[in-house]
Design a protein around this ligand. Structure first.
Ligand SMILES: [Zn+2]
Length: 151
């Protein structure tokens, strides 16, 4: 499975696939913190969602990539018919949130490292990147001009 699940599951894509009503219910389910866990492997997303009704077993949800798009299943009455239920939406949103948080965490570490290394090393590193990528070069020049202009 070459295509990662993250390349397919975006907020807007999900909303289009499931329709606004299921999306809103899934989002409410996610915001109510009913997603107990979500795990991603290449091409697949698995999760567990706590039911709103007392006495029911947690729902097990799976979303995976196949040739013609995305497939899903859930142990709830809608999901067993292989329809996109609100739990599927909830674990997809939980996964996107988890990814976003991990990316932020990575950037925070990078920020810390960048403020720690000696400035000449930082400058050399930025120049290497600017030489490799014209867009970065342009962005860095713009940033310098903006910063100098605001001094
Ligand atoms: Zn379900």
């Amino acid at each position: 499975m070459e295509r990662g699940i993250a390349n397919i599951l975006h907020r807007d894509t999900i909303a289009v696939i499931v329709g606004s009503q299921t999306f809103e219910r899934g989002e409410a389910c996610f915001k109510a913190r009913r997603v107990e866990r979500v795990d991603a492997s290449p091409g697949e997303l698995k999760g567990v969602v706590r039911p709103s009704e007392q006495g029911r077993r947690p729902y097990t949800v799976r979303v995976w990539v196949r040739e013609e798009g995305v497939a899903y299943e859930c142990t709830c009455p809608i999901g067993v018919r292989l329809q996109f239920c609100k739990h599927t939406v909830a674990i997809a949103l939980a996964y996107l949130e988890k990814e976003r948080a991990e990316a932020e965490q990575g950037l925070a570490l990078l920020r810390q490292a960048l403020t720690t290394i000696p400035q000449p090393a930082l400058v050399e590193g930025l120049l290497v990147m600017a030489r490799r990528n014209m867009d970065w070069s342009t962005e860095l020049k713009r940033m310098c001009l903006e910063t100098l202009g605001s001094l």
